[in-house]
Ligand binder design. Sequence first.
Ligand code: RFL
Ligand code: PHB
Length: 436
Amino acid sequence: MCDSETEPEGRQLTLDTFAVPTVLLLFYICQMRTQVAIIGAGPAGLTLAHLLHRSGIESVIVEHRSREYVIERVRAGVLEQATVDLMVAAGVGDRLQREGMRHDGVHIAFNGRRHRIDFAELTGGSAITIYGQNELVKDLIEARLHTGAPLFFDSDNVTLANLREPRAVVRFIHRDQEYQVEADYVAGCDGFHGISRPAIPATDLRIYERAYPFAWLGILAEAAPSSHELVYCLHDRGFALFSMRSPQLTRLYLQCRPDEDAQDWSDDRIWSELHARLRTDDGFTPTEGRIVQKAVTGMRSMVAEPMRWQRMFLAGDAAHIVPPTGAKGLNLAVADVARLAAAIEAFYRDGSARLLEGYSALALARVWGAQRFSWWMTSTLHRAPDGSEFDYRRQVADLEYLVSSRAAMTSFAESYVGARFDFSHGHNVARTSCSS
Ligand code: RFL
Ligand code: PHB
């Protein structure tokens, strides 16, 4: 009956232990009451639920997809220092610290040469960590299941109601059973295609958007990474990115057209294009291996303002999308929910709504900073279909300046590693994080 992936004690309704006629069961709605209803079990929803649980705040997570789908979805790989620090402080960072690959710098390649930008030296010790989003999601799901708090995968027909009332209502169907959850607040963590953002009346929401005329072909290959650190490359033939997931797995991206079919890219074509774009005069080129996954991802920028409407708060991709070139999407999602969790905790602890009221404006300040950097990375490193030779040469000049000016490299390094989180005074601290 009222069974989620986890069944909290005292919450499970065991109607099936009584001899209830089937016809009655058809009309039975499982009612639940919680403090925060969370829509979506991606990085934003799961992190929020975990942080709230640690503060003694109840939540119910409603996820449309299956557990397997959520865990296997290959997406982000770069975690900012603040994201890593938060996971460790919240007790979900053990495997991340053991298996994550700390990178103290990154390479920018153009005109056949690789240039290293040293984050640690330029920012006083900050770094990034390579750890697959799916691994992080796996750790967070395990932590949630361990608490025994409700997490409903495979939920259909999820709808929101009463967002203006003292108690919001979330309805959904899970394993043929209808559910109704009453909550003080709703956290819309359901990504770009979710139902939370569209639940806000168009008159109360402003959307800022930009589409890009290119996409990425993402490749996962069973090959040992041939560079210790990432390589972002601007080439005459288009953008390429060398990344990794583990000492045995290389992750690669090639700029392609948005309408391309990944199946049109044979393995030979992929490797020959990767070598053509990524090879540099120091002998670097990706090591080949069996390609185990290939997919085309479109690119867009989007910001929805405000990130709060009545009893609902938006967080992560539900509120904003950045093109992946700056590696910011997941990190922004975590920054949003860290801020939101602190605000909700302050509300239940002191009855103060001050941080909740400041949530949207302060989260948006970080979002626009990430949009600026992601836009710069994207437009500087890709070749637009209508771009001219003038544009290409100007982009190369931009990169020449980046790798030859300490001031420019410091600015880049600060943006890439991201600002640390400190929400205690209701504002972001705009300085880079330091590794422990
Ligand atoms: P998600 O991960 O999309 O999770 C939303 C969840 O909500 C569920 N959902 C619903 N649940 C219930 N009812 C509904 N009606 C629902 N509709 C949807 C979905 O099934 C899903 O489980 O959003 P979240 O949590 O905000 O997390 C955002 C990140 O996933 C995203 O920003 C990153 O993946 C972006 N990104 C990167 N970010 C980084 O910080 N570093 C990176 O290195 C990085 N690389 C990338 C990326 C994204 C990429 N793609 C595929 C877009 C590389 C790529 C190629
Ligand atoms: C990745 O490893 O998937 C990755 C790395 C850097 C990016 C985007 C994706 O900018």
